[in-house]
Design a protein. Structure first.
Length: 147
């Protein structure tokens, strides 16, 4: 039995008498038209947006790393120049907290870059694999007589 016929048998309009056909919903919310769906019935998984998001995370990681270096450079000699002032201890404390925050952001952007690109690669591979499986299940077109 072809994949579409089996799906229709299990979930389509011809499902068990007296039962409503199965409808698609996302996160428990029905489609805007009440559940039947009016958009493209084919789910498309494109790796492009995932790679773009991963690249953006990589750029943020790089700029955050640069900011950490700039922060260190800007604070060179501050403690010596402000010795004896009450603000010296406060500046040292603030520098430490900002370095901790920026380091956490930089590291998280690095983690996200890898994770987003991996997700895009996985979607692309699964999309190609699914297309091959569907093509393998598709019925062979009937040939015309005389060919």
């Amino acid at each position: 039995m072809a994949l579409n016929a089996k799906w229709d048998e299990l979930f389509g309009e011809t499902a068990q008498p007296g039962h409503q056909p199965v409808s698609m919903n996302l996160a428990g919310l029905p489609a805007p038209d009440g559940g039947g769906g009016s958009g493209d019935p084919n789910l498309k998984a494109d790796e492009g947006p995932w790679h773009k998001a991963g690249n953006t995370a990589g750029e943020l990681r790089t700029s955050t790393g640069t900011s950490l270096t700039d922060l260190d450079t800007a604070n060179d000699g501050v403690t010596g120049a402000t010795a004896g002032f009450d603000s010296s201890a406060a500046l040292t404390e603030i520098l430490g907290t900002w370095k901790t925050r920026l380091t956490a952001v930089r590291d998280e952007c690095g983690r996200l870059e890898a994770a987003l690109k991996s997700a895009g690669r996985d979607f692309g591979e699964r999309e190609a694999d699914t297309k091959r499986k569907i093509a393998a299940e598709a019925p062979v077109p009937a040939q015309k007589k005389g060919n």
